[in-house]
Write a protein that binds this ligand. Structure first.
Ligand SMILES: [Zn+2]
Length: 324
């Protein structure tokens, strides 16, 4: 166990001095993954464990803390701070979960930040996982945009907004939830409302739309992608509909907030080759009239993005904005 004194003295010495490390923890409904980096960002270790989401918040915090401490012990370093990207609506100031899906038992109201601080003995920052994803991707090598929309196409559709290099949370911590904006179809969304972006653009929806149009059962969007690449016109149409809806949503957000870049991640982007034609066609006809040169690009960090973004939130909490 790392003492509070060690953590504090490291902070006084800098963001992460020699031998001190930052850990980023990606807490999902089925898996908890963690990435350990040194003060220069070099990866010292990584690991994952199953997420005990049905056992409640304390069990999740125990699993996350044990994983983080075991990575630090294996690498022979002490932790300076931890960042977390977690599912649900998060109060990023306190690290408390405000709302979450039913998959997570006892998650709503759970003081995840405080619970992890008491287990790890270091400062902990908690962000929504899509916010963390965007922060990680926007900080990836070669990226320079400071005003970016993030869209996550997974089993659902999540979103996040970066303005002048900082995450925009909104008064309820729910800014950027582009997946549940209306007007894209007449289909019922997972939230119960009609026509949301998610009804066309999530992996679940791509598989459902293909099944509805063909009557052919498919496992998932990956199987639809395989069929599209073999020339199945209904499979191509499902990805076209997803790409067009995605691009329209990005163009709307870009127009409102002057965002020149949208970074798209999540499992569906493995089929970027199938989304891209409709994205390009849509941007050719529906680009922001304000002249914003909107680029819609795929994520590059893969499954590390949330953990890397979580590390970035922890790093930013240690280093004042003026010193970054
Ligand atoms: Zn919805």
């Amino acid at each position: 166990m790392i003492s509070q004194e060690q953590g504090t003295s490291t902070l006084i010495g800098g963001a992460a001095g020699p031998g001190a490390a930052l850990v980023g923890i990606d807490i999902g409904g089925t898996k908890i993954a963690a990435l350990l980096v040194d003060g220069d960002g070099a990866v010292l270790g990584r690991g994952s464990v199953g997420a005990p989401a049905a056992l409640g918040g304390a069990a999740m915090a125990d699993a996350a803390a044990t994983l983080a401490m075991s990575l630090a012990a294996e690498a022979g370093v002490s932790l300076a701070a931890a960042g977390v990207g977690a599912a649900g609506v998060i109060d990023h100031e306190t690290g408390t979960i405000r709302a979450a899906s039913a998959t997570f038992v006892g998650w709503t109201g759970f003081a995840l930040g405080h619970e992890l601080e008491s287990r790890l003995g270091v400062p902990v920052r908690v962000e929504n996982d899509v916010n963390a994803f965007l922060l990680g991707e926007a900080a990836a090598e070669g990226r320079t945009d400071r005003d970016v929309l993030g869209v996550m196409l997974g089993t659902g559709v999540g979103g996040a907004v970066l303005i002048d290099g900082e995450l925009h949370h909104g008064p309820h911590g729910a800014a950027g939830e582009i997946g549940h904006t209306p007007g894209y179809s007449d289909l019922v969304c997972t939230c119960g409302q009609i026509g949301h972006l998610e009804t066309l653009a999530s992996g679940t929806s791509i598989a459902l739309r293909y099944q509805e149009s063909t009557g052919a059962p498919v496992r998932d969007a990956r199987e639809v992608a395989d069929r599209a690449r073999r020339g199945d016109t209904e499979a191509i149409a499902a990805f076209d509909a997803a790409g067009r809806a995605l691009a329209l949503a990005c163009a709307t957000a870009a127009t409102i907030l002057d965002l020149p870049c949208a970074i798209v991640g999540g499992g569906v982007t493995a089929a970027w080759d199938l989304l891209e034609p409709a994205i390009a066609r849509t941007l050719a006809t529906d680009s922001p009239v304000s002249g914003i040169p909107l680029r819609i690009i795929p994520a590059v960090l893969g499954s590390d993005a949330v953990a890397l973004g979580a590390i970035e939130t922890a790093r930013r909490a240690l280093v004042p904005a003026g010193a970054r």
